[in-house]
Every structure is written in structure tokens, then in C-alpha cells.
Write a protein that binds this ligand. Structure first.
Ligand code: ATP
Ligand code: MG
Length: 570
């Protein structure tokens, strides 16, 4: 052993899949060629779990200086739409990846798959069956007891060929007949008990139109599509491990009499991403959209790539998350807090820090001349000097956060209260002299004086006080709407309770809209997806609903993780 061998670039890059690929390369498999693919079914928008798979497949391609295909596994015309085909491409590009050539479609291979099905029939390895779905289920057996042979299992090749041809021509209704592989009804792997290869569906397909009324099952499509494209490493989630022998069986049958076959895909499984407080099944996400529980697939509370983008997540933060989560062989659940940590890390370095008051109360500085105003310099991001500085206006009337003032503050409250002093960030030290209330007892105005000597560059600029507050000048402030989000679900595993619908665990307070927020004037002209740190509050991103007349921000994430401490986001 050579102990001086260079360490892998990073632990997450060298996960076990990379190690397997390295082995294949060392053995000279596939002539040293690597080709991966990402194979979404276009029946919904991509979610953070898909993002993990994308980062893995495209990441491998990048690492080995190879390519990754995008292939839509579009075998089920009843659930698929071109809207999804579009959104999936947009999301992958936004994540920072590019596929090889044009996107590919399993439906491009329907002719070839049909030929191969005929080939299997001719070899006596497939038959047309007339059992109903219920009958098939009843005859399937259990993992410990064998299934029963279908009464149609021993049809002649000629009869099977004729019936399959007539299935294709549309002579039968949906469900009347299916094509099944003839393998072994007693196989210990249930996937091998004469699985369905083709079903009848009189439905137009988003790409092949009405050409077909029979469609191949995913299991009869996926492995062969990988083969057709010359995929070397077919990486998928663990639930497909038990399908692997079937995919190999199909390829064995198809390639039996073809001596010089080049590349056969090698399937490697990894654990899918599970996030707590989240549902990730596309069926359930679709239900949230269709029932209007969220505003759409890109609702900022959704775990979709488009939802995270709208919420203010950056591609960098999602790629960092995929790296941190790593690739495991066993199922596990990742804490949502890790995803938030990643975006916080990224934006901390990149987002400009600005002043925004979300719940404003007026503050008047009585010794500041009424007609005076001045521009104060403030740095854009102390983490990165190259981001420079800007000026913000100061005047006699300001807004501060309502909760930065207390009429009778306790000892540990270092913000404003009668007789107390605080620093206004990048400005002066002020002292609270009094305050005004309305008939209901709400504070309507905080009356202060300021110390002109405490501004940056003045003799008292270093004078220490315990609290520093953010603020905006009232006359210069711009109005904004700010949407605050909490977890969409209150339970760690909303779809993990037998007999209880996941929607029972929806958080009724997952969206709170603040309509009277005040922003510093430098934020005029912001565009959707621009991200900022609102000082002392968190990271915020401009929503797509935002216009020049009405600025709308989404809260991406708070400055700190408040959930783990208090069990609830503050
Ligand atoms: P869903 O169950 O939400 O419908 P799916 O697995 O059916 O998801 P596909 O469109 O078939 O969705 O997935 C495309 C690729 O993304 C597949 O290779 C699949 O293994 C992978 N993938 C899907 N969900 C996850 C996840 N949670 N973690 C990692 N990879 C995932
Ligand atoms: Mg799938």
C-alpha cells in the first residue's frame, strides 16, 4: 500500500459510485467510455430529490470529462404533459448543468421496443394475457409462496403474434389484453413473475400523438433505453435494485443472438433523498397544486426546484446541499435545516446587506433639524470588501421595528426603551426620551434625541452602547409586501402515518403576508430573484409578482436556525 497516495479531492466527490466507476475504468470496461443520464418522467416538476440525482449524474459526467443525457421517460401518456418537459429543462439548466445533444425521449424508441417485444414473443418469452389487474394480483403469490401460471401462458407463438399485432391495431379496449414476459411465476424475486411488458391505452401521447394505443411499461423501457443510448452507468434509487435482474433479463433475451454488443449499462443504486417536514412524491405535490393548497408548483413553500428558486435559493446552495448530503446505500432522512444552512452560507457571502423594516413604528428625532437630511455611507457586505459601499439617507423621521422598542423592557433587552440608548446602524446613537400611544394602547411614535458626535468620523464614533438597530428614513422609504414562510407541514414525516392523510399535517400558518414594510430607497428597481440580506432579520428574494409599483419580497431563510432551539420557526 502506498500511504503517500494523494487524498481524494473531497469525501463527497469520492462516494462509492465513483469508486465503482474507477474500478470499471481500471478494468478497461466500455473502452474507457463514461456516459450517464438523468431520466425524469415528465409527470410533474422537479423536486429537491431530483436535484440530488441531477447533481450526481451530471457531476459524474463533469468529473470524468464525459457527458450526461437528459431522457424523458415518457411511457405513460395519461399523466404526462409538455409543460413538465419545459419546466424540467429549465430547472436543470438553472442548476448549472447541460445535457448532451438534444433531450431524448423513451417515446423515440417505441418502434424499437415494439420490435423487441415481437422478438421475445417469437422466442416464446412473452405472451398475451387476458387476466384483469385484480386477477393478476391475486395470482401473483407472495414473497414466500409461488404465484400461479396464467391460463394464457402457453398460447402458441402464432397466436401471441396475432393478438399482439391486433392489440397494436386497436382492436381491443383498454385493459382487455396485456403482453407479459414469460419468466417464472415461482421466482423468489416478485419482479420476475411474468411482469407486464405492454398495456393498451387509447390515449394520445404528447409526442407520438395517436400512432400508438399500446404503450410499453417503464420496466420494459428503461433498461433498453439506457442500452440504446450507450449509457455506461445507469444510476438510480434503491427501489430499483429488485428490478435490476429483470432489466438484465430483458437485455439478455434481446441480445442473445447478437454477438458483438458494445456497451451494456451497469445499474448502480443509491438511497433517495428524504427530507423531514416535507412530502416529495410528485403525486402528493400535484395534489397540493390541484387543490389550491399552494399557489402552484413554484409556490415558495414547495420542495420543488422552481419553488426553491422563487423562494431565493441559489443553484450554488442546492449543489452544496447535494454535496453535503452525500450518496449513501441506505435510506435516511435529512434535516430541512441542512438545506437552509446551505443557502445561508451562500448568501452570507454574496447578498448585499440592506435595511428593511417589516413591522414599522415611527421614530422622531426631536433635535434633528426638520429640513435636514444627509447621506450616510454603509458597507454592502463585510464578508466581501469588493462589494463596496453605498449611501443611505438619514432624516428626522425614521422607521424602526415595532419589536425593537419596549415600554417596560426587562434587563436583558438591549434594544430601545424609555431613557435607553442604542446605535442606529451606520448612523448615530439615539436616546429614547418618550413615546406616544393610541386609544388602544399601541405605540404610535417613539420620541428620541440623537448625539451628533457619534456618527462615523466624529469624535464619539466609537462610543459603545449595547444595541444596534436597523432603520429606514421615513420620507425616503419605499413600501413593500413581504411574504414570510414557515414549514408547510407540522409533522416530521407527514406521509408516514398509516391511515392518516398527509394533508392533516399542513401548517395553517405556513404563509404570512406583511403589507406595510418599509425599505431603504436603494431597493427601488429590484428584479425578481434578486437576493438581499435584510439586516438583523434574514435573507429575502424578490418575488416574480413584484412590479415597479409594488415590490414583493419572499423570505428565503432567517439569519439563524431558530427551529432546532424552539421547535418552531420564528
Ligand atoms: P416521484 O416518486 O416523486 O414521482 P420518481 O422517482 O417517480 O419520483 P422520476 O421522474 O422517475 O420520479 O425520477 C427521475 C430520476 O430522479 C430517477 O432516476 C429517480 O431515481 C430520481 N429521483 C426521484 N426522486 C428522488 C429522490 N427523492 N432522491 C434522489 N433521486 C430521486
Ligand atoms: Mg419514477
Amino acid at each position: 500500500m502506498n500511504n503517500d497516495a494523494p487524498k481524494p479531492e473531497s469525501a463527497e466527490v469520492k462516494n462509492f459510485i465513483y469508486q465503482e466507476i474507477d474500478k470499471d475504468l481500471a478494468e478497461g470496461k466500455n473502452g474507457g467510455k463514461i456516459l450517464t443520464r438523468f431520466p425524469p418522467e415528465p409527470n410533474g416538476y422537479l423536486h429537491i430529490g431530483h436535484a440530488k440525482s441531477i447533481c450526481l449524474n451530471f457531476g459524474i459526467a463533469k468529473h470524468y470529462n464525459a457527458a450526461c443525457n437528459l431522457r424523458f421517460d415518457d411511457t405513460n401518456p395519461s399523466k404526462e404533459e409538455t409543460e413538465y418537459v419545459q419546466s424540467i429543462q429549465e430547472d436543470i439548466k438553472w442548476l448549472g448543468f447541460n445535457w448532451k445533444d438534444e433531450p431524448k425521449y423513451a417515446s423515440d424508441y417505441f418502434d424499437q421496443l415494439y420490435e423487441w417485444a415481437v422478438k421475445l414473443i417469437k422466442k416464446g418469452k412473452a405472451y398475451v394475457c387476458e387476466l384483469t389487474a385484480e386477477e393478476i394480483a391475486a395470482q401473483k403469490g407472495t414473497p414466500t409462496t409461488p404465484g400461479q401460471d396464467s391460463p394464457y401462458r402457453n398460447r402458441s407463438v402464432e397466436e401471441n403474434l396475432d393478438l399482439f399485432e391486433r392489440m397494436r391495431k386497436g382492436e381491443f379496449k383498454d385493459g382487455e389484453k396485456i403482453l407479459r414476459a414469460k419468466i417464472d411465476m415461482a421466482a423468489s424475486n416478485m419482479q420476475m413473475r411474468d411482469p407486464i411488458m405492454y398495456r393498451i391505452m387509447h390515449k394520445p401521447h404528447h409526442r407520438t400523438g395517436t400512432k400508438w394505443c399500446i404503450y410499453p411499461m417503464y420496466d420494459f423501457t428503461h433498461g433498453q433505453s439506457d442500452f440504446i443510448e450507450g449509457i455506461t452507468h445507469s444510476i438510480c434509487t434503491l427501489e430499483f435494485e429488485v428490478h435490476r435482474p429483470l432489466y438484465n433479463w430483458f437485455l439478455d433475451q434481446i441480445l442473445e443472438d447478437e454477438p458483438d454488443v458494445k456497451v451494456r449499462p451497469r445499474q448502480i443504486e443509491f438511497a433517495r433523498l428524504n427530507l423531514n417536514y416535507t412530502v416529495m412524491s410528485k403525486r402528493k405535490l400535484l395534489e397540493l397544486v390541484q387543490k389550491g393548497i399552494v399557489s402552484g408548483w413554484d409556490d415558495p413553500r414547495m420542495p420543488t426546484v422552481s419553488g426553491l428558486r422563487r423562494r431565493g435559493y441559489t443553484p450554488e446552495s442546492i449543489r452544496m446541499f447535494a454535496d453535503r448530503v452525500g450518496i449513501a446505500r441506505r435510506d435516511n432522512v435529512i434535516d430541512l435545516a441542512l438545506l437552509e444552512y446551505c443557502v445561508r452560507e451562500d448568501l452570507n457571502k454574496r447578498a448585499k446587506r440592506v435595511n428593511a423594516v417589516l413591522d414599522p413604528v415611527k421614530l422622531v428625532i426631536t433635535n434633528y433639524p426638520e429640513d435636514q437630511e444627509e447621506m450616510l455611507e454603509t458597507i454592502n457586505n463585510p464578508e466581501d470588501e469588493s462589494m463596496g459601499s453605498r449611501t443611505i439617507p438619514f432624516s428626522r423621521e425614521l422607521y424602526i421595528e415595532r419589536n425593537d422598542f419596549m415600554e417596560e423592557p426587562p434587563k436583558k433587552f438591549f434594544r430601545l426603551g424609555p431613557g435607553r440608548e442604542v446605535r442606529l446602524k451606520s448612523a448615530y446613537i439615539i436616546k429614547c426620551e418618550s413615546f406616544k400611544k393610541d386609544a388602544e394602547g399601541n405605540i404610535t411614535e417613539i420620541v428620541c434625541t440623537y448625539d451628533p458626535e457619534t456618527r462615523s468620523g466624529m469624535p464619539q464614533s466609537d462610543r459603545k452602547v449595547k444595541g444596534t438597530l436597523h432603520w429606514v428614513s421615513a420620507k425616503h422609504a419605499i413600501d413593500a409586501e413581504v411574504r414570510l414562510y414557515d414549514r408547510l407541514f407540522m409533522d416530521e414525516e407527514p406521509d408516514g402515518h398509516k391511515g392518516v392523510d398527509f394533508k392533516e399535517f399542513l401548517n395553517p400558518d405556513s404563509l404570512k403576508t406583511l403589507t406595510d414594510c418599509k425599505l431603504e430607497p436603494s431597493l427601488a428597481g429590484v428584479k425578481p430573484l434578486d437576493s438581499f440580506q435584510f439586516q438583523r432579520i434574514g435573507y429575502f428574494s424578490v418575488d416574480k409578482d413584484s412590479t415597479a409599483e409594488k415590490i414583493v419580497f419572499n423570505k428565503t431563510v432567517g439569519l439563524k436556525d431558530n427551529w432546532n432551539k424552539k421547535g418552531k420557526n420564528k
